[in-house]
Design a protein around this ligand. Sequence first.
Ligand SMILES: NC(=O)c1ccc[n+]([C@@H]2O[C@H](COP(=O)([O-])OP(=O)(O)OC[C@H]3O[C@@H](n4cnc5c(N)ncnc54)[C@H](OP(=O)(O)O)[C@@H]3O)[C@@H](O)[C@H]2O)c1
Length: 409
Amino acid sequence: MARELMNAVQYSSYGGGPDGLQHVEVPVPTPNKDEVLLKIEAASLNPFDWKVQKGMVRPFFLPSSLTYLVIADVVGDVIEVGSRIKNFKPGDKVVAMVNPISMLPGSVDSWEFLNHVKHTQLGIFPIGSDIGTYGLDMAPLELQASSEPVYNGVNSDRTAEGEQVMISLASTIVVGVVAKNGGGLAEFAVTKGSLTVARPPELSADKFVGLPVAGLTAHQALTQSAGIKLDGSGTKSNILITAASGGVGHYAVQLAKLGNAHVTATCGARNIELVKGLGADEVIDYRTPDGAALRSPSGKKYDTVIRCATGIPWSTFERNLSSNGKVIDISPGPSSLFTFALKKLTFSKKQLVPLILIPKDENLRYLVNLVKEGKLKTVIDSKYPMDKVKDAWAKIIDGHATGKIVVEN
Ligand SMILES: NC(=O)c1ccc[n+]([C@@H]2O[C@H](COP(=O)([O-])OP(=O)(O)OC[C@H]3O[C@@H](n4cnc5c(N)ncnc54)[C@H](OP(=O)(O)O)[C@@H]3O)[C@@H](O)[C@H]2O)c1
């Protein structure tokens, strides 16, 4: 059935920065059985969004050209639900994640899946290969001739003619992304019911809009990677959070304090009072010699570092770690993957742990509840209307946001 058109923002090739964004009209997406159609109230930007546009994550899973409707974090109202959705109804206010990147190894009805996508652009390639070499036009037939098992994190019934589907295959690990008719910079978007969470209607949308990517990353880093119990029942540990004034960092400080940690934080001088206000026990200006050296003012060694700032070498972290200290690297690049492997192979007690967000609705619900109880707050750097989206994009690229950048419909 032909759907009405909506306004959206997309880019159609890598690069171009803010000027690469285009205002377009595209069909309002149709929710599949396990999806929800949302009228978007606001979306928040993450560095990942411009990194995808710039092609920085392309060697892993994105094809040589793409039309992508950007942005994962949204808040909005439910308009329509798929037949399997029982917990939402039109009018519900929610926070959700659009187009999650899946890294969920597991068997699927692979040939059925491929049949579903036969009209779409499809790229399939070993992880780490140059995707441009393989291109988008590889026929499903060739894929069916493959003797490799196909795994993916995308339900076969989520795909339909006209969607873009990219899959990468490496024996048992697949990273896939479904770029359905919409991201968060649009009037409407579909989200998986499993990554959509009700929010209290009496609280404003901007209290929740940063939770899906930044909030969940902070939560995963502290709970899953660092083993911190957020009810405070674990042993007290010393945590360093770098870039504590950023999207992930400002949530991480607040969550670490709920976990009864002693928190040292780094940020620029202008944000020191803000970060103290979020609960940090000690705050260092990263542009001072002590800040650059990550030296705790009280001389503490860190049991865990949540590494939100890029560009700091492992050697700087290593000399500040306690004997079993870990660095949770939320922006893992080639050098940190090398350090990760080296530390594992040499049985080092000091470890680097790369993190890629695996979003879970139970964790998003947990964060929504914390906001409702007044235990977690979202700092808003700035808000832009959709017609000023290029300014918002320039701001996130700049890398100096304090908290979250929001684009409103
Ligand atoms: N692995 C994943 O799944 C995942 C998920 C989410 C985010 N990430 C990555 O995590 C990183 C942080 O994300 P974000 O959303 O928190 O970024 P962000 O909001 O853009 O961070 C901006 C903040 O970082 C501060 N900052 C920059 N360099 C710093 C340094 N050397 N020391 C201390 N503070 C510094 C800035 O302060 P000033 O303005 O004072 O310079 C600014 O307040 C990004 O690289 C992002 O791509 C990864």
